[in-house]
Design a binder for this molecule. Structure first.
Ligand code: BGC
Length: 450
């Protein structure tokens, strides 16, 4: 029986996640300032089909209805992010009370339903005004971030259970400053490495500010821990996979949890690595209460003759699993590898799986109902892996599906649909998919059946 029913420990946190720019809309209402995603998506050719997050799921106006759906699902916790420019339109200085009120009402509505708020301060949408001063490549950003964090801690610190400083800072540093696919669209090794360090330092400074306020919740950071494996066991491929992992994961994980940057990638990058004050490192490594881990896929890496890393990666799918609509390979065991790594090499600190999910095919029937069996299969297997990892000693305390509802998928626009709740294009009507009904059961029974 054990093999087929994965029972979870009492108190395990079941959640679902979203992010401000992907769901809120109301991009210029009630005093909100412009952020980098507003700016970027309003320029031609950046986003598939010329789409943008101006309206998104209109969550800003439909928040009450959305919290009712969360309550119907039985969520123990909801992970959302705060739009920095909604609260501080210029990034620093004058606070926009109406923006702050929105998050205040959201937190109260969640608590009314017994749902623990899990708030991320920075899920990629930082103020355009600060980006124009260099953004994350500018060291001042670390202090601007703390100013913003303190506004939020003071207002919500008495009620928010879990805080995360950044969501996947790797994406901001690498897509934003190295390959330029995301805002601010820069393409510079130097800026990407500076941005990496400043994101890490801003995180550490915000953790210190939180401790100074003696708030009652927990604080951590959300990192993506994808699984990179060498395509063959040749030395060249093994080293290529190591470079890929270190640039994508360890540049963030190691300073935050071990207080140092990974040596191999620093040697590889050589004199491209900027000189950094050594006394930043203890600040970056300020102890955190939990690590948020996002996991989606495994990639196989081979040595290549091109690019900074001279590494080439291909999506990998475990036997019989195939690929998601995004082309990502499905590999539930890749998630176990990440969780084992955190258990064995990083002190087994409390972990929340803060994102996991898939853009499955999503054609509705005549009533708008989506029978998304492929998504259920993906979620079921990954949740089962979480259960196995807990039994093998991993300190996993919660799991959040990405995503509560279909939303704006960054440069891919609205085509990839990750939600367990359908958001009907045009009307924005919410319709729970089959996966939502399934997840509701998982939560109610605190177990998953294979
Ligand atoms: C991000 C989400 C995104 C999801 C699917 C994660 O890396 O945090 O914002 O929607 O991946 O691409």
């Amino acid at each position: 029986m054990e093999e087929f029913v994965k029972q979870f420990p009492a108190g395990f946190v079941w959640g679902a996640a979203t992010a401000s720019y992907q769901v809120e809309g109301a991009w210029n209402e009630d005093g909100k300032g412009e952020n980098v995603w507003d700016h970027f998506s309003h320029q031609p050719y950046h986003i598939a089909n010329g789409e943008n997050g101006d309206v998104a799921c209109d969550h800003y106006h439909r928040m009450k209805e959305d919290v009712e759906l969360m309550s119907w699902l039985g969520l123990n916790s909801y992970r959302f992010s705060i739009s920095w420019a909604r609260v501080l339109p210029q990034g620093v200085g004058k606070v926009n009370e109406k923006g702050l009120d929105f998050y205040d009402r959201l937190v109260d509505a969640l608590l009314d339903q017994g749902i623990a708020p899990n708030a991320t301060l920075h899920h990629w949408d930082f103020p355009q005004a600060l980006s124009e001063q260099g953004g994350w490549a500018n060291r001042d950003m670390t202090d601007w971030f703390v100013e913003y964090a303190e506004v939020m801690f003071r207002r919500l610190g008495d009620r928010v259970s879990y805080w995360a400083t950044h969501n996947e800072p790797k994406v901001v540093a690498m897509a934003g400053y190295l390959d330029g696919a995301f805002p601010p669209g820069r393409a510079s090794v130097n800026e990407a490495l500076l941005a990496t360090h400043h994101l890490n330092l801003a995180h550490g400074k915000a953790v210190q500010a939180y401790r100074a306020g003696a708030y009652s919740g927990k604080i951590g950071i959300v990192l993506d821990i994808q699984n990179f494996e060498p395509a063959t066991d040749s030395e060249a491929d093994v080293l290529a996979a190591q470079r890929m992992s270190e640039l994508n994961t360890n540049l963030f994980l190691d300073p935050i949890l071990l207080g140092k940057y990974p040596a191999y990638i620093l040697d590889w990058l050589g004199d491209q690595v900027p000189q950094l004050p050594q006394d930043d490192m203890p600040v970056i490594a300020a102890p955190i209460d939990f690590l948020g881990m996002n996991y989606y896929f495994t990639a196989k890496v081979e040595h290549s003759t091109n690019g900074l890393l001279k590494s080439h990666s291909e999506n990998f799918s475990a036997d019989g699993w195939g690929f998601t609509k995004f082309g990502w390979g499905i590999d539930p065991q890749g998630m176990a590898k990440g969780l084992h790594l955190l258990r064995d090499k990083y002190g087994n600190l409390p972990v929340m799986v803060t994102e996991n999910g898939t853009p499955a095919q999503d054609a509705p029937d005549a009533d708008g109902f989506v029978n998304d069996m492929a998504r259920i299969r993906y979620l079921r297997e990954h949740i089962a892996v979480v259960g196995d990892c807990i039994r093998s000693g991993c300190n996993v305390q919660g799991y959040y599906i990405w995503s509560l509802m279909d939303n704006f998928e960054w440069t891919s626009g609205y085509t990839p649909r990750f939600g367990i709740i359908r958001v009907e294009p045009g009307t924005l009507k919410r319709v729970p998919k089959r996966s939502a009904h399934w997840y509701r059961n998982v939560i109610a029974e605190n177990k998953v059946c294979l």
